[in-house]
Write a protein that binds this ligand. Structure first.
Ligand code: ATP
Ligand code: MG
Length: 633
């Protein structure tokens, strides 16, 4: 069936559509109703049905593909590669689940997982799913404060951590960070389970609280832990949003709807089926990691590649080398990662023949056209933008190569995914925007399966954050968008990224795009800074592909960027100042932290920096501000 027919059915006859899709997973008990929607916007998909994510991801493949590779965990940091067939994965997950049971963890208990991209992180996630415990993976790059907040919010009974992770050859000790987090936490966990790779010679365990995984596992090597059959709407996991716009929200996911949506997306969006190979470069701590490193590929009997390391080590061709070696069909990464590669010789993209490679998906932030073209032409493969949020768990906007690829329009992640009744709404009138007119992207509830069911322990925040923006009950994406005549949607940035220049509303994102089209620019961030006359003025912070040290050269380069914006967007958008900087502050997930730059530019406190990736980047901004702009004043 083609995309149009299926999409129409998903909107006009959602129950028939989703009942059909639900056949892609195994149900222990069939659901009574496809959709229960008596308390909008809360909805219950597949109500009364009983299933289990671990069973669907692992057990049910044993008969047909027990000896097939399920997981390859590759670390170019430790130099290790670990391979697990479905049968081996089943054994590892059962052993892990047995250890959890021994520690008194059961259905509904929360388990925080603080680990890098290593095989045991996948086992831990699946073991929780097996016994009905609710996992909450916390990105390993977060330090004590962030971790403590999440431990407290979830009231975790157990924290599973690695002894350490590694990045660019450097060992990052996780355990001391966890110890500090538990010190800060109001509700410390009963136990800490430490999975050690022997990376930290100073690893210390707290007597009575901390346990060594290998020691406990030895007692359960051949364990068979029964699957906990969960009602479709019981929580399966919690995952906090990136915190780009404020305090992270604890996104809660269900069981059945989650499984059904992922299975559907594997087939229609990512074009990956049984026996095929998917490589997602995401960290397991992000939504992409949950959906497309762990659950998605395994639910459909595919092979998942899990990667620990940078895209540059041992050389900038490493990702393509792995794609060649493992026969990767679909790869999933982020624009940020591609921009890192963009600073390297494009010859690396052609070094390895990739006969099996079909698609490179990118998501997480706007994909600018120069970056999309650079990677697509360099690899000679289609690059597929797709838009989603931690909240949705699977793409909202995408093209569906699995159903026959639609024409790519650079700058647009594409068309609505199944079950998403999307509209673009004028933020003031609440009316539908006309084609090519800017508004807020919203979804009319009920949200499709796979999307968040609520904010953990905070239905009020769920309603206020997402459904409280318009008179009508609508899920707000909090992103600006326009939809063109062909129905392609373009994301123009976050609703809090709009600046008002002398009464003109400008998206910082559009100005960034204009700056980024200049061939000298690696990356740009634009913020609105208070101005006595105009209210706000745009200010550009840009990194150059080849940094300039000489003052007059910097001035000339900065002027050229100012002019570029004027040429593309008009004089009203002229950046008041341009700063050429060494680095831009980003969240741990690679998203620009405009709110921190803005705070510095307005000489306010930079705010909560706990989600910041590289604190030096802010220092760099501070120094540049003190030194004065490279153009403008
Ligand atoms: P928080 O909600 O805590 O502020 P966050 O929104 O950064 O954090 P995520 O859920 O990780 O947390 O990111 C989702 C957001 O990323 C989207 O709302 C959108 O702004 C941006 N995004 C994701 N994919 C794309 C894409 N393909 N094009 C443009 N923007 C994208
Ligand atoms: Mg968000």
């Amino acid at each position: 069936m083609n995309y149009e027919t299926l999409y129409r059915q998903s909107i006009e006859q959602p129950e028939a559509f989703w009942a059909e899709q639900a056949r892609a997973i195994d149900w222990h008990k069939p659901f009574d109703r496809v959709l229960e929607y008596d308390q909008p916007p809360f909805r219950r998909w597949f109500a009364g049905g009983e299933t289990n994510l671990c069973f669907n991801a692992v057990d049910r493949h044993l008969a047909e593909r027990g000896e097939q590779l399920a997981l390859a965990a590759i670390s170019t940091e430790t130099g290790e590669r670990k391979h697990y067939t479905y049968r081996e994965l089943h054994r590892e997950v059962n052993a892990f689940a047995a250890v959890l049971v021994e520690l008194g963890v059961g259905r509904g208990d929360r388990v925080v997982i603080y680990m890098p991209n290593m095989a045991e992180a996948v086992f831990a996630v699946l073991a929780c799913a097996r016994i009905g415990a609710i996992h909450s993976v916390v990105f390993g790059g977060f330090a004590a404060h962030n971790l403590a907040l999440r431990i407290d919010d979830a009231r975790a009974k157990l924290v599973i951590c690695a002894d350490a992770g590694m990045r660019a050859g450097k060992v990052i000790r996780y355990k001391p960070l966890l110890d500090a987090a538990i010190e800060q936490a109001q509700f410390p966990p009963e136990h800490v389970l430490v999975v050690s790779r022997g990376l930290d010679p100073e690893l210390t365990l707290v007597e009575g609280r901390d346990l060594d995984y290998a020691t406990l596992k030895a007692r359960h090597l051949d364990a068979q832990v029964p699957v906990a059959w969960l009602e479709s709407n019981e929580p399966s996991y919690l995952l906090y949003t990136s915190g780009t716009t404020g305090k992270p929200k604890g996104v809660q996911r269900d069981v059945g709807g989650h499984a059904v949506a992922l299975a559907l997306s594997m087939r229609t969006v990512f074009d990956v089926g049984p026996g095929q190979v998917m490589f997602s470069t995401s960290d397991v701590g992000w939504a992409v990691g949950h959906s497309y490193n762990i659950y998605g590929p395994l639910l459909v009997g595919a092979t998942s590649l899990l990667y620990e390391g940078t895209p540059l080590n041992p050389d900038p061709g490493i990702w393509w080398q792995l794609c060649a070696e493992y026969g990767v069909r679909t790869m999933f990464s982020s624009p940020t990662a591609i921009r890192v590669l963009k600073k390297q010789d494009p010859a690396w993209l052609r070094k390895h023949a990739l006969p099996d490679f079909r698609w490179l998906f990118l998501a997480g932030e706007p994909l600018d056209e120069p970056t999309a073209r650079w990677i697509s032409e360099g690899l000679g493969k289609p690059v597929i933008d797709n838009y989603w949020q931690t909240e949705t768990g699977w793409p909202v906007l995408c093209l569906h190569p699995g159903l026959g690829l639609k024409p790519v329009k650079f700058g647009s992640p594409g068309l609505p995914n199944f079950g998403y009744k999307l509209r673009v709404i004028n933020e003031v009138t609440g009316q539908d925007a006309a084609a090519n007119e800017k508004g807020v992207l919203v979804a009319q509830p009920p949200l499709p399966p796979g999307c968040l069911t609520t904010v953990w322990n905070d239905d009020e925040r769920f309603l206020r954050s997402y459904f409280g923006h318009f008179n009508e009950l609508l899920y707000s994406s909090l992103d600006w968008a326009i939809r063109d005549d062909d129905g392609y949607t373009f994301i123009l940035g976050r609703t809090d990224d709009v600046i008002n220049v002398a009464g003109h509303r400008l998206g910082t994102r559009e100005i960034e795009e204009a700056v980024a089209t200049h061939s000298s620019v690696a990356e740009a961030a634009v913020i609105g800074v208070q101005d006595e006359v105009k209210g706000q003025v745009p200010v550009v912070f840009a990194t150059l592909k080849s940094p300039l040290s000489e003052k007059s050269a910097r001035h000339a380069a900065a002027l050229a960027l100012q002019q570029r914006v004027v040429d593309q967007l008009g004089a009203v958008a002229r950046p008041a100042r341009v700063y050429l900087v060494g680095a831009l502050p980003k969240t741990r997930s690679g998203k620009l932290l405009r709110r921190s730059i803005q705070a510095l530019a307005e000489t306010r406190d930079a705010g909560d920096l706990s989600t910041l990736d590289d604190p030096n980047a802010l220092e760099d901004i501070r120094t540049s501000l003190a030194r004065g702009a490279d153009a403008g004043s």
